[in-house]
Design a protein around this ligand. Structure first.
Ligand code: HEM
Length: 335
C-alpha cells in the first residue's frame, strides 16, 4: 500500500530527481546549518502570515493590535512567540553556517557567487530583525523606529527613505511593515533560490569519495527541523514573549533585540554613527572575502591574514555584544 502510494507520488512529482549523490559528510549537523536556516525561515513565513491577519501597521493601532493578537486571537500568543524565537534561531543558525563555510574556505572558485548570495541573505536577515523589532510599537519598538529616522538623517539623501520626511501620505511604521513583510522576504526568497541552484549545480565543497542520496539527507534534515520546531514550541509556551508598555516619545531607555546588541554596544562608544559603521564594516569585509583569499589552496583554516582579520572582527563583535548586554542603557540619538 505504502509502496504503491510512493510509486504514484514518485511518478507524478518526479521525486526520483531527489536521488542524486551527495557527500556522506552532509549527514553531519554542521552541514545542515544552511538547511536548518531555510527551515526556520519557512516557520517565520507561516507564523508571520498568521500575525499579519491581526496586525494594524499604523502608529495609532499597532500596539493595541499586538495586544489583541496575544490575548484574543486563537493561539496568537504562542504563534507570535514562535516567530520571535525563530528569528533569534535564524540568527544563530545562519551565523554558525557562515562561520563553518568560512572555516572550510568554501567561498573559493567556483563558489564566489554562492558566498555573495549568502552575504546578501545575511544582510537581509539583519534588516528583517531590525524592522521586525520596530513593529510591536512598544517602547523598544518605538526606539528601534527612531533609530531608522536617526540613521536616515545621518546618511543624508541615501537615508531619506527611512525618515518620516520621505512622504506625508503614509507613516514610517507602515512602510517598515511593508518592507518587513513584502520586499525583504521576496528578495530573500529569490536569493535562497539562487543559492540552492548554485549548490545543486556546483556540488558541495566536500569529499565525494563516499556518498549518500540527497533524499535521505533531506529526510534527516526534516527530522532535525521538526525537533527544532518542537523545542521552539515548548519554549514559546514556557516563556511567552509579551509586549512592553505603549511608547513614550522623546525618551531612549531600552536596549534592542539581542542579535543587535553588538551594534548597540558600538553606539555606546561612537554614538549614532556606530549603527551605520559597524554593520557596514562587517558586511564589506564579508563581501571582499573571496577577493582577498585567492589561490588554489582550500585547506580549511589556512586563511592567512584574512583569517586573522575575521577572528579580530568576530572577537570585536563578541566584545561589543557583551558590552551591549551588561553596559548601562545609554542615549544615542538625542531624542
Ligand atoms: C538564508 C540564509 C541561508 C540559507 C537558507 C543557506 C542554505 C545553504 C545550504 C542548504 C547549503 C548546503 C549545505 C550546507 O553547507 O549547509 C549552503 C551552502 C553554502 N552556503 Fe549557505 N545559506 C544561507 C546563508 C549563507 C551565508 C550567510 C553564507 C556566507 C556568507 C553562505 C554561504 C554558503 C556557501 C559558500 C555554501 C557552499 C558550501 C559548500 O559547498 O560546502 N550561506 N547554504
Amino acid at each position: 500500500m505504502i509502496d504503491t502510494l510512493r510509486e504514484a507520488l514518485n511518478e507524478r512529482l518526479a521525486l526520483d530527481a531527489l536521488d542524486y549523490e551527495v557527500p556522506k559528510a552532509t549527514g553531519r549537523l554542521r552541514y545542515m546549518l544552511g538547511g536548518l536556516t531555510a527551515f526556520l525561515i519557512g516557520v517565520l513565513v507561516v507564523t508571520g502570515l498568521y500575525m499579519a491577519q491581526y496586525y494594524d501597521p499604523t502608529p495609532r493601532g499597532a500596539h493595541d493590535s499586538v495586544l489583541y493578537l496575544i490575548s484574543r486571537a486563537p493561539l496568537g500568543d504562542w504563534i507570535r512567540s514562535i516567530h520571535y524565537f525563530s528569528a533569534g534561531g535564524v540568527v544563530l543558525t545562519v551565523t554558525a553556517h557562515l562561520a563553518y563555510v568560512f572555516w572550510r574556505r568554501s567561498y573559493k572558485k567556483p563558489r564566489e557567487v554562492t558566498w555573495w548570495a549568502g552575504v546578501a541573505m545575511a544582510g537581509l536577515i539583519f534588516l528583517l530583525v531590525v524592522t521586525g523589532s520596530a513593529l510591536r510599537y512598544d517602547q523598544e519598538g518605538f526606539e528601534a523606529l527612531a533609530h531608522f529616522v536617526a540613521g536616515g538623517r545621518l546618511t543624508g539623501a541615501f537615508g531619506v527613505f527611512f525618515t518620516e520626511g520621505f512622504t506625508p501620505s503614509t507613516s514610517l511604521l507602515s512602510r517598515i511593515f511593508s518592507l518587513h513583510t513584502s520586499l525583504f522576504p521576496l528578495l530573500l526568497g529569490l536569493l535562497i533560490a539562487l543559492h540552492f541552484w548554485l549548490i545543486r549545480q556546483l556540488g558541495i565543497h566536500a569529499d565525494y569519495s563516499e556518498t549518500g542520496i540527497f533524499r535521505n539527507h533531506a529526510t534527516r534534515l526534516a527530522g532535525f527541523g521538526f525537533l527544532l520546531f518542537a523545542g521552539l514550541g515548548v519554549l514559546a509556551i514556557v516563556v511567552p514573549v509579551g509586549i512592553g508598555f505603549p511608547a513614550v516619545p522623546g525618551v531612549e531607555i531600552t536596549k534592542p533585540f539581542w542579535p543587535v546588541l553588538w551594534v548597540y554596544g558600538l553606539e555606546n562608544l561612537l554614538g549614532a554613527w556606530g549603527m551605520i559603521l559597524g554593520p557596514s564594516i562587517v558586511f564589506l569585509f564579508l563581501g571582499l572575502v573571496p577577493l582577498l583569499d585567492r589561490g588554489e589552496d582550500d585547506t580549511p583554516g589556512r586563511h592567512g591574514w584574512v583569517g586573522w582579520v575575521a577572528l579580530a572582527l568576530a572577537l570585536a563583535i563578541l566584545g561589543l555584544w557583551l558590552y551591549g548586554v551588561f553596559g548601562e542603557a545609554q542615549q544615542h540619538i538625542g531624542m
